[in-house]
Design a protein around this ligand. Structure first.
Ligand code: NAD
Length: 244
């Protein structure tokens, strides 16, 4: 099966770093984005200059029809999809009594249903090939509790349940499903916390720093590669030791 990867939420942050790394490892890459066409096109043009077959495509992962159309466009342009990195996600801090129903639904629609939509859209290619790899991006807060992030944490725990169950369901077909659970990674997502809090979080991280998108991309790349050929249903934390 040719190496064609679809990475959701890849115009910036962890998704962008994963796209750059996977491309340099020989993957054809589709960069999905929701808003920042300019940023997605920038990643795409870097990749094309490096000789990678790349494309970018707008789709809200929460919208099933948009995700299916995206997967069809990837197939048409880059060939059957052999790797899905389900990375798109949203985060925020709220006390549970302040969580509006619309927010609850949006978190689950993007973080959990987004993965379900993307997985269903790429599976026909992988089932046909009896091969393929799915990497979900959860969070250390999917493994531990996070005060004032109960909705986010619940979505990320759901992704871990999805990963493990799907790994068992798809193992007889040769498709592997694994999960990366990042710690505090210095991307746009955490800037809302402010520099002081980020400094404290770096201190609380045993390795003494915040993670980089590249740190997480390395874990994604490991699961994607043939060296992880006997590994499925696993959750790999890339958190500098935060939750050890
Ligand atoms: P980020 O905010 O830079 O990236 C998230 C990306 O997802 C953005 O490009 C955003 O546009 C995209 N996105 C959001 N909603 C979307 C939708 N409906 N459809 C398509 N794309 C959508 O943050 P990041 O840190 O790079 O986050 C990437 C993943 O890593 C997320 O799933 C996040 O929950 C997870 N994560 C991040 C951290 C961290 O500390 N930064 C920690 C643990 C887990």
């Amino acid at each position: 099966m040719e190496k064609t990867a679809l990475i959701t939420g890849a115009s910036r942050g962890i998704g962008r770093a994963a796209a750059l790394r996977l491309a340099r490892e020989g993957w054809k890459v589709c960069i999905n984005y929701i808003e920042r066409k300019d940023k997605a096109e920038e990643v795409c043009s870097i990749l094309k200059k490096e000789g990678t077959e790349a494309m970018c495509i707008q789709a809200d992962v929460a919208d099933k029809a948009q995700v299916e159309a995206m997967a069809n466009a990837v197939r048409e342009k880059l060939g059957p999809i052999s790797l899905l990195v389900s990375n798109a996600g949203i985060a925020g801090q709220m006390q549970i009594q302040d969580v509006k129903e619309e927010s609850w639904d949006r978190y689950f629609d993007v973080n959990v249903k987004g993965a379900y939509n993307a997985i269903q859209a790429v599976l026909p290619d992988m089932l046909h090939a009896h091969a393929g790899s799915i990497v979900t991006v959860s969070s250390m807060w999917g493994l531990r509790g996070a005060s004032c992030e109960s909705v986010y944490s619940a979505t990320k725990a759901a992704l871990i349940g999805l990963t493990r169950s799907l790994a068992l369901e798809l193992a007889p077909t040769g498709i592997r499903v694994n999960c990366v659970a990042p710690g505090v990674i210095n991307t746009d997502m955490v800037q809302v916390l402010g520099q002081e809090t980020l400094g404290k979080l770096a201190e609380m991280t045993p390795l003494g720093r915040l993670g980089t998108p590249e740190d997480v991309a390395a874990a994604i790349s490991f699961f994607a590669g043939t060296e992880a050929g006997f590994i499925t249903g696993q959750v790999l934390t890339a958190d500098g030791g935060f939750i050890v």
